[in-house]
Write a protein that binds this ligand. Structure first.
Ligand SMILES: Nc1ncnc2c1ncn2[C@@H]1O[C@H](COP(=O)(O)OP(=O)(O)OP(=O)(O)O)[C@@H](O)[C@H]1O
Ligand SMILES: [Mg+2]
Length: 227
């Protein structure tokens, strides 16, 4: 029996209305992501990569078309149900890290657990474990300003992973990092992939894309599956 995809998009579109004008940014996307896949999305600036990733991450909804996530059709779900899915299924890593500046490393990684139905001791051990996994076990009480860019991105990855998401989405996670830090972050994604994680990552960097099993290219709102 063929495997069921974790993510299935069919003829997905996203329009933005600007004044009198409607701009079609996603123009009919078809994509299947299976458990354990590592897919890189490349493509020029403005081609619609982040728009697509936000929809995959249930941070935004498509205008038309179908999005099936782990067997559930996303379109019909209420906002409440959608945010519950987002918080329990999806780990999102952004280019700008998006950490809370006043919160410590530990508190930042604890954030997604606000929605989890877990006791304090379990939460604490999952948070500490996630931080240790990205090599920052000795930085629990630091605030983001006291960390390097690479360390901040590792905190963001720990936060995305602490809830054990079924899908990891990363939008240019190395875009603000120098090459040594980019390599470290890439190694983290490669290790996650080796452990069976499902990853969709947007990048402009050929080296980052080479770590993936498959690269898809976005051109003006359409996806070309190139390798
Ligand atoms: N909220 C919005 N309202 C109107 N237009 C938008 C909105 N979000 C994105 N767009 C438009 O959609 C297009 C695609 O944007 P998107 O951010 O997805 O591109 P991208 O491929 O991620 O580019 P980059 O590589 O620069 O990050 C752009 O032309 C942008 O102006
Ligand atoms: Mg983008």
């Amino acid at each position: 029996m063929p495997a069921t995809p974790l993510v299935q998009l069919e003829n997905l579109t996203r329009d933005f209305v600007l004044g009198q004008e409607t701009v079609r940014v996603l123009k009919g996307i078809d994509l299947k992501v299976y458990h354990g896949d590592f897919i890189a999305i490349m493509g020029s600036s403005g081609s619609g990569k982040s728009t697509l990733l936000h929809i995959l991450g249930c941070l935004d909804r498509p205008t038309a078309g179908t999005y099936i996530l782990d067997g559930q059709t996303v379109e019909g779900l209420s906002d409440r149900r959608l945010s519950r899915i987002r918080n329990s299924y999806i780990g999102f890593v952004f280019q700008e890290f998006n950490l809370l500046p006043e919160a410590t490393v530990y508190e930042n990684v604890m954030l997604p657990f606000v929605y989890a139905n877990l006791d304090r001791i379990t939460c604490r051990s999952r948070v500490v474990h996630a931080i240790e996994n990205v090599g920052l076990g000795n930085r629990l009480k630091h605030r983001p300003a006291a960390l390097s860019g690479g360390e901040r991105q590792r905190v963001a990855i720990a936060r995305a992973l602490a809830i054990s998401p079924r899908l990891i989405l990363a939008d240019e996670p190395t875009g603000n990092l120098d090459s040594a830090n980019s390599r470290d972050i890439l190694t983290l994604f490669e290790q996650l992939h080796a452990k069976g994680a499902t990853i969709v990552l947007v990048t402009h960097d050929d080296e980052v894309a080479r770590s993936a099993d498959m690269t898809v290219c976005m051109h003006d709102g359409r996806l070309d599956i190139s390798s």
